[in-house]
Ligand binder design. Sequence first.
Ligand code: ASP
Length: 405
Amino acid sequence: MHLSNKILIGLALGVIVGLIVGPEGLGFAKKWIAPVGTLFINMIKMIIVPLVLASLIVGACSLGDVRKLGRIGGKTISFYLITTAVAVTIGIVMALIMAPGEGLKLPANATYKGKEAPPIMDVLINMVPTNVVQAMQNADMLQIIVFALFIGIGITLVGPKAKPVEAFFDGLAEVTYKIVGIIMELAPYGVFALILPVVAANGPKVLIPLAKVIGAVYIGCILHLAITYTAALKILADMSPAKFFKGILPAQMIAFSTCSSAATLPVTMKNTQENLGVSKEVSSFVLPLGATINMDGTAIYQGASALFVAQVYGIDLSISQMLIIVLTGTLASIGAAGVPGAGLIMLTLTLQSVGLPLEGIALIAGIDRILDMARTTLNITGDAVCSVFIQHSENKREQSSSVSA
Ligand code: ASP
């Protein structure tokens, strides 16, 4: 049987068994089943740093010429920014249509201590690591990307003498791809074990009062897939959406069950390379960057949640306030790390920007995991769409330059 079918079965079984055992069986599930999921995530995390470092160094060597790097970087970042801003807007529109917060009674004890979101300038400054070992120890993706790009450019500039270094990282990258393949064999069990306790804990009782918020975020994510990504695939990448979604499905299921773009990254890279024809050079640059800064699902969630909080507290937002939400929601999603629950922390930023009460976060915190599953799935899908777009436009460029030569 094909691996992605097995993963799908693991996911479905996890949901069904989770519903059957319910909150009563949660203790058992946490003790005996959840560790299998943790083990699976640990294995993927184990490989992320060597994978990204080695493959990006090799990628940067072949991107060698700095102009090409700048061109791909510019296109990638523009794509990420535009789709993210569209996503926040979809989130806002969904919340306006569905009005999830209207008529909701506030629980009296709703208090939430918002963590401080990092200032945007700090994010920029911290992109350059002062200690590369520490960057790898913290699995700080942006810092690793910057370091790997420098090494790759360095290797290219040095020339023949640096060939052994390039060969070493090339070999290391191949080894890490193989290891990802081995880990993926365990994915069906990992996904089952990850999803089961979540479903057991979030029975219908927890979800029903907030069903409309969940609906707004999920429908928003589906619309973004069906409209924005499908259009981008057809117009910018000349790829059939059916082929794309089939190819990226395994990564989507890993994202859905781990709620972490970073943990899904090795699988996203494998899927885009093996199923969607994206070169290692492009995927190793576009995807780690995307897993860190491009989060359309998180953006939809920022927009929808901000409007939800405003509705619960009976606050009317003006059009210009909504525009501020689009701006800060975009920044918040860029600043969110690719780990579970990061979007919730960044929501403080979005709420603060238009003076909405931070206590509103307490309402969402209880169902955040359920929302996180959808937004993480969309987050990694957006990265993959960008990678096929960049690949297509680079292919076209190469073709036209070989024709004119
Ligand atoms: N969990 C999301 C991710 O890893 C981030 C978020 O919490 O919105 O992509």
